[in-house]
Design a protein around this ligand. Structure first.
Ligand code: E4P
Length: 216
């Protein structure tokens, strides 16, 4: 399963990419706004740091506007994926962009039917927001699982990005159901490394080694 960082914070992306296990980045308008930097500048810098797919979202809510903005944003770097919300106008824009070879990430997805429409419309990626569903008492991972089942049943090429992950368990669950990708905050990626028994084990090995006076 691929791991994407869900942030526009370039230092986090630089650090994550230096670990060699980050395959891509997703941003959204809120992430970019939080940097206080111009949209194009921050997206171009992220694309320089991360050679994998980098999602950047359009702002228009009309198909024509989305298509125009997608053409513009996708011209900024070869690894850009344009995020298109799965509203009606977004679904309408997707086949046009797909025909032009522009990669798309159908975003703000909260139902399997939206995911089905996005795949039929030729989206490169679909992003179900699992954590936001959990937050209103629904089961976000169940949605992700339904999408995995539907896409494999009909052999769609659209890749599933489990998005709005809230903890490492979401990442584990995404891998277990066979999602292609999970996108996550930097702190969740960091937590994936940790286990107290690993720390204790390494400490014990070093203590035994040093107590015996061994050297390489
Ligand atoms: C995904 O691509 C979105 O940027 C993201 O996962 C939204 O998550 P949030 O609910 O943490 O804002």
């Amino acid at each position: 399963m691929k791991i994407f960082l869900d942030t526009a914070h370039v230092e986090e992306i630089r650090t994550g990419c230096s670990w060699g296990i980050v395959d891509g980045v997703t941003t959204n308008p809120s992430h970019v706004a939080a940097t206080g930097r111009p949209f194009r500048e921050v997206v171009e810098e992220i694309c320089d740091i991360c050679p994998g797919p980098v999602s950047a979202e359009v702002i228009s809510t009309e198909a024509e506007g989305m298509i125009e903005q997608a053409r513009e944003v996708s011209s900024w770097a070869p690894n850009i994926v344009v995020k298109i919300p799965v509203i009606k106008e977004g679904i309408k824009a997707l086949p046009v962009l797909s025909a032009e070879g522009i990669k798309t990430n159908a975003t703000v997805c909260f139902s399997a039917n939206q995911a089905l429409l996005a795949a039929k419309a030729g989206a490169t990626y679909i992003s179900p927001f699992v954590g936001r569903l959990d937050a209103i008492g629904h089961d976000g991972m169940q949605l992700a699982e339904e999408i995995v089942q539907i896409y494999s049943q009909y052999d769609f090429d659209t890749e599933i990005i489990v998005a709005a992950a809230r903890h490492p368990l979401h990442v584990l669950q995404a891998a277990l159901i066979g999602a292609h990708i999970t996108t996550m905050r930097f702190d969740i990626l960091e937590q994936m490394f940790d286990h107290p028994l690993t720390d204790a084990g390494v400490e014990q090995f070093l203590a035994d080694w040093n107590a015996a006076g061994l050297s390489l």
